[in-house]
Design a protein around this ligand. Sequence first.
Ligand code: SF4
Ligand code: SF4
Length: 261
Amino acid sequence: MNDEIKKTSEIPPEQLSLKSRFQFKCHKGVKCFTDCCRGIDIMLTPYDILTMRKKLDLTSEEFLAVFTQPQILEKADMPVVTLKLLDDDRKSCPFVEDGEGCVIYEDRPTTCRYYPLGVGSLSYSGEQGKKDEFFFTVKEAHCLGFEEDHEWTVADWRQDQGVNLRDEVNDGWLELMVRKKSLPSNMKLSEESKKMFFMICYNIDKFREFVFKSSFLTRYEIAAGKIEEIKADDIKLLQFGFEWLKATFFQAAKEGFTIKQ
Ligand code: SF4
Ligand code: SF4
């Protein structure tokens, strides 16, 4: 997850691998239960939005309007969305209930799943498909979970928290941001391009409309099987969108997007 926007009071410099061990346990019995669900910045990934709006039975547009705040990720100069907190004394997450915890636990965002781990990337490894990432623990003063007697490897924690599939789906989104960040700072995306990025990554219903109700499919040679696949499945549609953005912004998509003659 993005480490730039996450509020951290202490990030030890130690870089962890999948095999590294750390001591931690979070449960309803800890004194700090739900403290971490207040006053936080939680960046939402495209996959988070797919699952959360489904859980809440909202369109992606409704979900964005009610639960999110648009932001610009400074270093990449790309639009992102964060969870909109309540306007109460503690700036609570809208999904936290005292004593109960997270009311959307099964569909909680990726950042909440990773916590107390953060993810960083050493470099962009381009088309080789290698992920040059590392992990670190985010030790916040109020979090007593580190005093609990339970040890994990990073790999076990990821498995337990169900982040593997999420990371797989979100990879295309992260790659777009890392590619953009690695461009010289004078190479800017137009406002129109940023709007397109926002729609594809965060407003899947609007993107579906764009693909199936505009002239999009008459402009590109796209296999009939692919059209059926993206029609039936939001995740496939999202990944198709990432590839199209890569082709359009960076001429670097795995799939061809040949314009019809
Ligand atoms: S602050 Fe730490 S231990 Fe306390 S509820 Fe949050 S994650 Fe769990
Ligand atoms: S989504 Fe759930 S886990 Fe995440 S901050 Fe809100 S209440 Fe806590």
